[in-house]
Design a protein around this ligand. Structure first.
Ligand code: FES
Length: 125
């Protein structure tokens, strides 16, 4: 799969609405799926101190979704930061920049999706 998220199958166009800002939980992720099957584009919204970050739901370790179940993402508050743990082999990521700081893909990053918040809504930028 290309590392340019906009080149991936079913990637949503700029301006596509993803969620109301209030819908993005502080202790979980909020997934939106475009398309079906293995070519679906899965983007997850996370609340961070600076606002909202969005990442493709694909762990850099084995290139599979990092959730525990479709609506459960392993988000933890650690040393004042919000981090994600991949449910498969426990890689740890900082959600403010997607950097993996521990686990089998240490040093790699989640693939960030460009989003913008306007008028209380999160959209693809
Ligand atoms: S698939 Fe995520 S740590 Fe292995």
């Amino acid at each position: 799969m290309p590392q340019d998220w906009r080149a991936r199958p079913n990637a949503p166009a700029a301006g596509t609405p993803l969620a109301a800002l209030d819908e993005v939980p502080a202790d979980n992720g909020l997934e939106r799926v475009f398309g079906e099957g293995p070519r679906a584009f899965r983007v997850v919204l996370f609340k961070v101190e600076a606002g909202v970050r969005a990442y493709v739901n694909e762990c850099p370790h084995v290139r599979i979704p990092y959730h525990f179940s479709s609506d459960v993402f392993c988000v933890y508050e650690i040393e004042g930061r919000r981090d994600l743990m991949c449910a498969h082999h426990t890689a740890m990521f900082h959600l403010d920049d997607g950097h993996c700081y521990d686990g089998p893909c240490k040093g790699e990053r989640l693939l960030a999706v460009d989003v913008a918040v306007e008028d209380g809504a999160v959209r693809i930028a």
